[in-house]
Unconditional design. Sequence first.
Length: 196
Amino acid sequence: MSKTFKPKFVILISGRGSNMQSIINAIQSDELDAEVTAVISNRPDAAGLMFARNAGIANEILDHKNFTTREAFDQELMQLIDSFDPDYVVLAGFMRILSREFVQHYANRLINIHPSLLPKFKGMHTHKRAIDAGETEHGASVHFVTEELDAGPVILQAKVPVMSDDTEETLAARVLLEEHKLYPDALRLLIQQHQS
């Protein structure tokens, strides 16, 4: 019988890291059999760092403002991530466009969550665009990151209805609630696929 695969995650954040929190909470409540070996932020003031600290998880700051080029930042970030030897690198509100070399380095191991039902509404302002387009449903997608923005294979999606009186803010809030369930579910699915 094969040994149970318990993956190590490094999570990248830029802000409050609410999706990071949902992943850590799922691990702590034994709903997700994985380990977060580090949380890394490109912003020193990211609120999510305190949550990671309080959860006893190593956390690092690599301020992108200290680098003259995207490539130089990404090189340093790769070295930092690799020092924690992760099975997967999990983007949870990491507000940086990553270089080709970075994406290739973590091919099939780099995971992101995007607030739309991909392939619809890649990029920014997804909630506003969904409302403006008259969509009746919207949601979020967890997907592998490839060199093309928000175009990697989808692992799992969650759908929410778009209400006639929705604003960008109300729709975003409804989607975020689903994201917090979706991300741990998608990572669990990934682990199961790895084991089968």
